[in-house]
Design a binder for this molecule. Structure first.
Ligand SMILES: [Zn+2]
Length: 496
C-alpha cells in the first residue's frame, strides 16, 4: 500500500475538576488544538473531537468520551495517528494512567499523544516508568493466564461429564463424576493389556472379548471400531477431552483445538499404558472409515517387482469367454520393450505365497529395514509450543525477582510458581508428541511384528476394500519379488 503523507488527528478536551489549576474553557481548548493542527498539517474530522461534558461527579470519573476515543484508536487501521491535548493533565488524571494509555496507544495502535503546550513527555522519568509498567504488565499476565487455565479446566469438568460415560463407568449421581463399574473396568484393562503388552491385532482382541461374553456400552458385540474407540479414549487414564466437535456443524475440529485436562473421576488404566496405545496407533495403519473410490486393481498393486529388472509389475486383467477375469502381474519394462525377461505371473499364483509369508512373519523370525523417519516439518504448533515454554522460563525468573524484592509475599510466590509449573508440564507433554527418537531393530522388532499382525488381520478380512488392503500392505512392505524359477517370493518389510 502506498503511504500517503496525511496525518489525521483526534482532539481530547476536558476541564480539570481541580479548581485550583489554571483553567481554559472547553471552547478555548478546542480553538488552541485546531490552531495547532492547522499549523502542523494535521487533519481533524468532526467525529474525532472528543469532549467530556460532565465536569464533576461519577460520570466525569468514567470519562465516556475518553473511552470512546481509545476504542476508536484500537480499530484497525486506527482512524487517526495523533491525539492532541492542551496539557497532559487533561489526557490523564495521574501519571500512571497517562503512561499506561500512552504506551498502549503507541505500541498497539501506533498513535501518539501530543500536548500542544508542553514540550516534554512526562518529564525525564517518562520512558523509565514506561518500562516498569511493561514489566508489570507481563507480571500480571501470569496471573491472568492462570485464571484462564483454571476457567478452562472447570468448563471441561462441567462439560466433560454431561455425556454418557464410556464402558467401564456409570453416573451414580447426576452432575457428579462417573464411578467405576468393576466388571466392565476389567474388560477395558484386558483390551489395553492385549493391545499394548501382547501386541495383539484389533480383530484378535475383539474376537477374544466377544468370546468372554462381554458387550459394548450399547449392549452389542465388539467390532474393530468399538475396540479402537476404547483404546483412543483418554477418560480411561483419568483425563477429559473436550472441544473436539464443532457444536453447529458437528464436524471434528482440528486436533490442535482439542483440550485435554485432568479429570476428577478415577482412572482405570495408567497414563503410561494409554500413551503406549496412542503411540502404536500413530505408527500403525488404521483403515479409514470411508474411502474415496480407487483405481486400485489388486491389493498387491505397486508392490510386486520384476525379478530381472526390478521394475514394478503392473496389474493386467484378462477376461475369458466364459466371463471370468484373471488378473496377472507383468513387468512394466517388458510391456515397454525395455526388459527382455518376459516376467509375468498370475495374481492367483502370487497371493498364497504372500499370505503365507506374512502369516509366517507374524510368528517366526523376521528381517526388515528401518527407514529413517522424516524430520518433522516446520510445524506452527511446534513453534508455538517452544515459544510458550521459553516464555515460562522468563516468567519464572520474574516471579522470583518479585518475591526477592519484596513485591510478592511467599504465598503469592508459591501460588504463581504452581501455576507456572502446571503450565510447563502441560506444554512439555504436548511437546513430547512431536519428538521422535531414533530406534534400534531390537527395540522395534515386537512392534514390527504387531504391525504385521494388524496387516494380516486386514488382508484376510472381507470387510475391507481392495484399496484398504493395498494401503495396509504398503504400510509395512517395501516390495515383493516373485521368482518363478526358484518358486519363491521374497517379501521386504520396512519399519518407519
Ligand atoms: Zn523386468
Amino acid at each position: 500500500m502506498e503511504k500517503l503523507n496525511i496525518i489525521y488527528g483526534a482532539l481530547y478536551i476536558r476541564v480539570s475538576t481541580h479548581g485550583k489549576q489554571e483553567e481554559l474553557s472547553p471552547d478555548a481548548q478546542k480553538r488552541l488544538l485546531l490552531k495547532y493542527a492547522k499549523e502542523n498539517g494535521i487533519i481533524v474530522l468532526d467525529q474525532h473531537i472528543y469532549e467530556e461534558k460532565g465536569i464533576s461527579g461519577r460520570k466525569a470519573d468514567r470519562r465516556p468520551q475518553f473511552q470512546e476515543m481509545i476504542s476508536a484508536a484500537k480499530s484497525n487501521p486506527s482512524p487517526f495517528q495523533v491525539i492532541l491535548v492542551w496539557k497532559y493533565s487533561r489526557f490523564a488524571r495521574n501519571q500512571e494512567e497517562s503512561i499506561v494509555y500512552k504506551s498502549l496507544l503507541r505500541k498497539k495502535c501506533n498513535v501518539d499523544v501530543i500536548s500542544v503546550s508542553e514540550p516534554l513527555v512526562d518529564g525525564p522519568f517518562g520512558s523509565l516508568i514506561e518500562r516498569i509498567i511493561e514489566w508489570m504488565d507481563e507480571y500480571y499476565s501470569i496471573r491472568l493466564s492462570g485464571e484462564v487455565f483454571r476457567g478452562m479446566s472447570e468448563k471441561a469438568l462441567k462439560g466433560g461429564y454431561q455425556a454418557r460415560p464410556p464402558l467401564g463407568y456409570r453416573i451414580e449421581h447426576k452432575g457428579c463424576p462417573p464411578v467405576v463399574v468393576p466388571e466392565e473396568a476389567e474388560i477395558v484393562k484386558y483390551i489395553f493389556d492385549r493391545y499394548v503388552n501382547e501386541h495383539s491385532g484389533i480383530f484378535d482382541i475383539a474376537r477374544s472379548v466377544n468370546a468372554l461374553g462381554a458387550k459394548t456400552s450399547h449392549g452389542k458385540n465388539f467390532e474393530r471400531r468399538s475396540i479402537e474407540y476404547i483404546l483412543k479414549n483418554p477418560t480411561y487414564c483419568g483425563m477429559i477431552r473436550w472441544n473436539m466437535v464443532d457444536n453447529t456443524t458437528r464436524e471434528t475440529k482440528d486436533k490442535s483445538e482439542w483440550i485435554l485436562a485432568e479429570g476428577t473421576h478415577p482412572a482405570i488404566i495408567s497414563k503410561e499404558l494409554f500413551q503406549a496405545a496412542q503411540e502404536r496407533f500413530e505408527k500403525e495403519y488404521i483403515p479409514a472409515k470411508r474411502r474415496p473410490s480407487s483405481t486400485c486393481k489388486h491389493w498387491l498393486s505397486g508392490l510386486v517387482k520384476c525379478p530381472a529388472c526390478g521394475r514394478t509389475m503392473v496389474v493386467s486383467v484378462t477376461h475369458t469367454k466364459t466371463g471370468h477375469s484373471y488378473p496377472y502381474f507383468v513387468c512394466y519394462g517388458y510391456s515397454k520393450g525395455k526388459c527382455m525377461a518376459k516376467a509375468a505371473v498370475s495374481a492367483r499364483k502370487v497371493e498364497p505365497y504372500v499370505l503365507d509369508g506374512i502369516k509366517a512373519a507374524t510368528e517366526g523370525e523376521l528381517s526388515f529395514t528401518i527407514k529413517e523417519p522424516e524430520p518433522i516439518k516446520n510445524s506452527p504448533e511446534l513453534e508455538i509450543l517452544e515459544e510458550q515454554i521459553s516464555k515460562i522460563d522468563i516468567k519464572e525468573k520474574r516471579i522470583k525477582d518479585a518475591y526477592m524484592n519484596g513485591i510478592d509475599t511467599m504465598e503469592e510466590y508459591k501460588e504463581n510458581k504452581a501455576i507456572l509449573a502446571q503450565e510447563r508440564e502441560s506444554l512439555e507433554n504436548k511437546l513430547l508428541l512431536f519428538k521422535k527418537k531414533p530406534v534400534t531393530k531390537e527395540e522395534v522388532a515386537p512392534k514390527m511384528q504387531q504391525r504385521i499382525r494388524n496387516v494380516y488381520d486386514i488382508i484376510t478380512n472381507d470387510e475391507f476394500s481392495i484399496a484398504q488392503k493395498n494401503d495396509a500392505v504398503k504400510s509395512i512392505v517395501e516390495k515383493i519379488v516373485f521368482n518363478k524359477e526358484t518358486d519363491t517370493a521374497e517379501i521386504h518389510y520396512y519399519y518407519l
